[in-house]
Design a protein around this ligand. Sequence first.
Ligand SMILES: *Cc1c(COP(=O)(O)O)cnc(C)c1O
Length: 410
Amino acid sequence: MQRETTYDVSAIRKQFPILSRKVKGKNLVYLDNAATSQKPSSVIDALVHYYSHYNANIHRGLHTLADEATAAYEASRVAVKTFIGASSPDEIIFTKGTTESINLVAKSWGGTFLEKDDEIIISSLEHHANIVPWQMIAAEKGAKLRVIPMDDNGLLDMDAYSKMLNAKTKFVSIVHVSNALGIINPVEEIIRLAHMNNALVLLDGAQSSVHLDIDVQTLDCDFYVFSGHKIYGPTGVGVLYGKRHLLEKMPPYQGGGEMIKEVSFEKTTYNELPFKFEAGTPNIADVIALKAGIDFIDSIGKPSIRKHEEMLLEHASMHLRKIPGLKIIGDVENKVSVVSFVIDGVHPQDLAILLDNQGIAVRTGHHCAQPLMQRLGIVGTTRASFAAYNTIEEIDALVLALNKSLKMLL
Ligand SMILES: *Cc1c(COP(=O)(O)O)cnc(C)c1O
């Protein structure tokens, strides 16, 4: 196998201070990247640098610090625009994460344009963040939520989807890459069919943003949302991309400072995009540091990271399949570096505790996708998810620890 010839994983690891810590006396093996990725020093330094050197409120100051903070905040917006291929920074709204971005669209777009008996389509693979906001607005508007079914491997039933689309379908909100299983959904086809039916499409990009090259203009999605903390950036910042003509027609999500042009007690006029949707003092420090996360990805290149992660996925899948009674859920071709599995007679929670004792961090449970687990007829899975800094040796450590744990459990 020709690996790590051009891809210098040890140099990458050196950029992540947390990776040298011990857990329970063992080297940390962090395989919970789909929940949140670790942060390189550049991201941590960007936070410290902002607070130590130019902490100020943005957009309204007329002093040096305010100018510097505003410039850095807006530079981050431009970096996000380039990161996902939007046509203008005005189409990039900073939120606190994927969850808030979806709530914003459900409330603002759904609250304005949904009518009684309209239909919203989601899929069986959704994270709770892409289910509950739609249930809430559907209940408020008397609209209906419909769910694209899937097969036992987690592949969406595209026939059922195309039959579901009808004159009442107004919105399709779909996870691009499943956080629980790693499956990449056929979103190009989902978007094409939705648009033929005059329905809008939101892509939940919380997982795809870190693994796949994203070009929202080529995808032609109407909205794309993701979280900074899953792309090597800080927590507390996320993104809503929306096509300009749609964002322009949507009312503000929250009222306050920043989002206004002029306020009197009689009437308020709203600010232009993107400020219309950024009421109040935003999360300045984390927005600024998000750019350092994007720069980290760009410094290696998404295709190189993807290749490395695919190598890890292949190695992990091959060795996990050899463990008696272990079944990988969503063991399909088209997926990112996530392995979700169950083992006969083993509760995922017991396994997680034994793995943690050996320094290995994986995720167990329903992964915020209870309806998916119900559909699969399981309580949850154990999920190992890989990032740019993971190594073959760490996967071997996982497999070894799994075998050791199973000896104790079975
Ligand atoms: C993590 C995740 C979310 C929620 O993201 P937050 O950062 O918690 O708002 C939504 N959808 C998917 C697919 C996710 O992986």
